[in-house]
Design a protein around this ligand. Structure first.
Ligand code: AMP
Ligand code: ZN
Ligand code: FE
Ligand code: FE
Length: 285
């Protein structure tokens, strides 16, 4: 049966609640799905309960935002112990995120936009971790801004008029924290850096694979919703060349990413169960 090891819920920026995600996985005939929300373990409990009820194996994961002089990246951690320094670090990050959201909203208000924390929270949903996409939605249609992208370009991206920086981990520290928590550290979608529209070239990405491997990276995604066949082959060749584990998944977000489908990778194929077996075997070592 097919599986998916990369999916988001309303605990971060997905549009499906953890339970809805599991129901969707069951409907699609997936035997396992990983919950990998951004910087939070918040979706695990509900997903695990639904998984037990509906007969879908839930793989606990997290997707950490990291950045250093090479750029911004996403790093997946699987099977992390929540009673860990990682979790304490995440609490600090979440605290700073809340402060940052307030700063951005105040800046928008002083630029004449009609928005508020209450309005943004109503858009995001009660349990969600609020982020810039939610804030962007709260001012859509105002001052001639018609799309989320326009709001980012003008206001919320680095250099934008209402931008405020966010505390992030370095990749090296994130790998260390995942390992301290007993987890497996996987570079998510290596060719697709977050928050930019430009795909990385293979040589640039390979240099980073080498660097990250020296920091203890365990593996990378060899299957991905937006990979084409060549990208996937490149990623697989990296795992062979550098002795890394290969994992992957769709990066399903529900309506937040309408072109990405649960259980579908590399432009529309499914992923074999053996990938999860490989991850578990690695984790048990
Ligand atoms: P935040 O967690 O508040 O920093 O928001 C991060 C999210 O904002 C990312 O996951 C993207 O969905 C979105 N985002 C970040 N930068 C941009 C950008 N330049 N253009 C469009 N969306 C962006
Ligand atoms: Zn996301
Ligand atoms: Fe990501
Ligand atoms: Fe993701």
């Amino acid at each position: 049966m097919p599986i998916d090891l990369h999916a988001h819920t309303t605990a971060s920026d997905g549009s499906f609640s953890p339970r809805e995600l599991v129901i969707h996985a069951q409907e699609l005939g997936l035997s396992a799905v990983a919950v990998t929300d951004h910087d939070t373990f918040g979706g695990h409990e509900e997903a695990l309960a639904a998984g037990a009820e509906l007969g879908v194996e839930i793989v606990p994961g997290i997707e950490l935002s990291v950045s250093d002089e090479h750029g911004k990246f996403h790093l997946l951690g699987y099977f992390c112990n929540q009673d860990s320094e990682l979790n304490r670090e995440l609490a600090a990050i979440q605290y700073e995120r809340a402060n940052r959201n307030e700063i951005i909203i105040e800046r928008l208000q002083s630029l004449g936009f009609e928005t508020s924390l209450e309005k943004v929270r109503a858009i995001a949903g009660e349990d969600a971790q609020i982020g810039r996409p939610h804030i962007a939605r709260s001012i859509l249609g105002q001052q001639g801004l018609e799309t989320i992208q326009q709001v980012f370009d003008d206001l919320l991206a680095a250099g934008g008029r209402a931008h405020a920086p966010k505390k992030v981990l370095s990749p090296a520290r994130a790998v260390e924290l995942i390992h301290e928590a007993g987890g497996v550290a996987i570079w998510a979608h290596p060719l697709f850096p977050p928050s930019t529209r430009q795909k990385m070239d293979y040589h640039e990405a390979e240099a980073l694979v080498k660097l990250w491997k020296s920091w203890g990276l365990d593996g990378l995604e060899i299957y991905y919703g937006l990979y084409n066949t060549k990208d996937s082959e490149w990623a697989r060749s990296m795992t062979e060349k550098y002795g890394l584990l290969g994992t992957g998944g769709s990066d399903f977000h529900g309506i937040t990413k309408p072109n990405v489908y649960l259980g579908q990778v590399n432009g529309g194929v499914s992923m074999p169960e053996s990938v999860l077996e490989g991850l578990k075997a690695f984790s048990a070592k």
